[in-house]
Design a protein around this ligand. Structure first.
Ligand SMILES: [Zn+2]
Length: 179
């Protein structure tokens, strides 16, 4: 079950559909943030003429834009729900590409992300049961150059479980040859 709570890509009020001529026609319109920079979420330059508007395209089809948008929506949702003690529990999967120290107590290496957002952890999935959330967590292939931390948090207690890569800190011994 992947991103089960939001089935339609309905945009929040501060986002809009953008299409250049080719994109709008082929139903691969992008998503842009109102008052944002001069690119869509996936980095496509925004020109003056918005063909999505002119052609009445009402659905975004660009997979990259949808992915980034959905991640942001999930993140906002998780931020507003974690710890609110709502009547039903939910499990949020959070991912990061930062590297933790050997105890997992801190971040020692901030990896660059895709440049669309400044975050360390991003909520990417929301589940209605712990088992599926943990199955997903355990299926992630942790990589130094990719997702290096996955954690499951629940709506009631916060952190439930996590997996992460650590950086092994090497001790360098320098010998002084004059002695
Ligand atoms: Zn796009």
């Amino acid at each position: 079950m992947d991103k089960p709570l939001i089935k339609q890509h309905r945009l929040s009020v501060n986002h809009y559909i953008y299409g250049n001529e080719g994109g709008a026609w082929s139903n691969e319109a992008h998503i842009a943030k109102m008052g944002g920079d001069s690119n869509t979420l996936c980095g496509t330059p925004i020109l003056v003429a918005n063909w999505a508007r002119q052609l009445d395209v009402t659905e975004a089809g660009c997979p990259e834009c949808i992915d980034i948008y959905m991640d942001n929506v999930y993140n906002e949702l998780a931020n507003s729900m974690l710890g609110d003690d709502g009547e039903f529990n939910l499990w949020f999967v959070t991912e990061s590409n930062d590297i933790a120290d050997d105890n997992g107590n801190g971040i020692v290496d901030h990896k660059p992300n895709d440049g669309t957002d400044e975050y360390e952890f991003q909520t990417t999935r929301i589940y209605t049961n712990l088992k599926e959330a943990e199955e997903y967590m355990n299926s992630v292939n942790l990589q130094e150059d990719g997702i290096s931390m996955v954690q499951v948090e629940d709506r009631h207690k916060g952190e439930v479980n996590n997996r992460f890569l650590t950086k092994t800190l090497k001790v360098i011994i320098e010998e002084n040859t004059d002695y």
